[in-house]
Design a protein around this ligand. Structure first.
Ligand code: CA
Length: 516
């Protein structure tokens, strides 16, 4: 091996494991409302182990809490306004600078398997096998290097990791370091579990959040009442909760006809049914048909119906996370077995958080904690102290500059995130951010009004431009964000200070907002 190749090989590899919509409440290592339940039922033991071996960021946030925009922010290190992908439905401009392009130019082999969701063909990757659009849980299609579609039999989460492992074992150029993305669809709506997990958690009750029956009082903004993401009205009994006719003996039309049409209805369950093999349909029916018969016999109404829907939604969501976690375990086992663990940085993150019944919701988008925050675990062998927990605030625009910094690759000046390499090394940089900017460009599928705001270590200020409503929360005293302090005279000074901070951030990042 020549000297240059040896030097290249010594650069750390990166395995970036990413999921879609994984909330902190459902991550065992996080000190959230469901921690005891998640740990007791071993929902995320492999992710928790990764946190014990690496570094867990207790205060990790996104700049725009929705799938495509978060991915675009990660790839570019820039706020949505600057990378151009402000909301789902946009097309990512792959001609702009991105982190994978920088790794590729620096001699890394760059690869992505799994969910992309940016509409255009991935650029900056030597190899890409990505799910078209949202992708499917069962027997998914993959778009190969932007050229052809290939169907892979099996459960998506398993298939993505099968391909990731096959690449690591058999396909990579062993003379080059790698930047390898294993980006999962799970646990995205409509939360379709692997057959081996249908009965997992069947006989237990998932804890309910204290604000599941939120009445949107407390002086909060009026658009809370007009969203389309509450469990009662917008969690479809058929497509989301799967009270459908039997899959093995029904026609596609019968399944379609069973769906009550409503705004924000996600019909992907029907598409999944259409892809399943007869064996998969029978396995599905063996669990869901008796469950649905029992449900019909109970004739639930009102709050009891909402509670039942919540239980079914959460169990399917957690089942999807269980498969994700098992596959994290498979990846980690191979890294260890191959010795790659010694020089591979492993990251686990998700594109945003999610509402698991908090405020009566599923979905994301809002600047409230459950969707503003996302998981971030990193294991950097020889650098991150095992089991360390970081309090400093990081944001998804920081990932690109950090990873490039760690690998000794130049960071373009217009990248807006900051490198937290010193934090990985156990240092406390003096000028590290004490606040961050959030922007959501509405209204999107769930009718969430455009808003933006500032989040400091203790407070949050949000503005809804269309109605010119403001919200201010003291997160220390009101972690569920139920009481708006904006008009409270006691907090007048704090509000002024936050407004000044928010203006400063808008100027710093040169970001505009909209009034939808
Ligand atoms: Ca997402």
């Amino acid at each position: 091996m020549c000297f240059a190749a040896l030097a290249e090989q010594q650069k750390p590899n990166i395995l970036f494991i990413f999921s879609d919509d994984h909330s902190l409440q459902t991550l065992g290592t996080h000190n959230g409302r469901m921690k005891d339940f998640i740990q007791k039922h071993k929902v995320t033991p492999n992710l928790d182990k990764l946190a014990e071996q690496g570094m867990y960021f207790e205060n990790s946030f996104v700049c725009n809490s929705i799938c495509g925009p978060s991915r675009a922010a990660i790839l570019t290190g820039k706020h949505s306004w600057h990378n151009g992908f402000k909301s789902n439905g946009h097309k990512f401009d792959g001609s702009q600078w991105t982190m994978p392009k920088a790794f590729q130019a620096a001699g890394y082999e760059t690869v992505i398997y799994g969910k992309w969701h940016l509409s255009t063909t991935p650029t900056g990757f030597d190899t890409s096998w990505v799910l078209p659009g949202q992708g499917k849980y069962y027997n998914p299609d993959f778009r190969v290097n932007g050229k052809k579609n290939v169907v892979k039999q099996g459960y998506c989460t398993d298939v993505v990791v099968d391909m990731t492992l096959d690449w690591l074992k058999n396909k990579r150029d062993k003379n080059k370091p790698f930047f390898l993305c294993s980006w999962q669809k799970a646990p995205h709506r409509t939360w379709m579990p692997a057959p081996r997990h249908y009965t997992y958690l069947d006989n237990v009750d998932v804890p309910e959040p204290s604000n599941m029956f939120d009445n949107y009082g407390g002086g909060r903004n009026s658009s809370l009442k007009t969203q389309h993401m509450d469990l009662e009205t917008y969690l479809s009994l058929q497509t989301d909760v799967k009270v459908t006719p039997p899959f093995a003996t029904s026609t596609l039309q019968e399944i379609k006809d069973s769906v009550v049409q409503q705004p924000s209805c996600d019909k992907s369950t029907i598409g999944e049914f259409d892809r399943m093999t007869m064996e998969q349909r029978k396995a599905w029916d063996a669990y869901y048909v008796p469950r649905n018969e029992k449900f019909r016999s109970m004739n639930l109404k009102g709050k009891e119906l909402i509670r039942w829907k919540y239980q079914q939604y959460l169990k399917d969501y957690l089942r999807c996370i269980k498969a994700l976690d098992e596959n994290v375990g498979r990846l980690m086992a191979y890294l260890k077995e191959s010795g790659l663990d010694k020089n591979t940085i492993v990251i686990y993150s998700s594109d945003q958080g999610f509402y698991n019944g908090e405020h009566g919701w599923y979905d994301k988008r809002w600047m409230y904690e459950e969707s503003l925050r996302n998981p971030f675990i990193i294991k950097y062998p020889g650098v991150t102290k095992p089991g360390s927990r970081v309090q400093q605030m990081i944001q998804n625009i920081d990932y690109a500059p950090t990873l490039l910094d760690v690998c000794g690759i130049d960071i373009p000046k217009d990248v807006q995130g900051a490198s937290f390499k010193p934090i990985l090394e156990g240092k406390s940089p003096e000028n590290w951010r004490k606040d961050l900017l959030y922007t959501y460009y509405g209204r999107g599928a769930h009718n969430v009004a455009s808003h933006y705001g500032i989040r400091t270590e203790r407070y949050k200020l949000i503005h809804f431009p269309k109605t010119d409503e403001w919200e201010m929360f003291d997160l220390k005293k009101d972690k569920n964000e139920m009481t708006n302090l904006y008009s409270n005279p006691e907090h007048k000074g704090k509000v002024q200070e936050l407004k000044k901070g928010l203006k400063g951030l808008l100027d710093k990042y040169d970001v505009e907002v909209d009034k939808k």
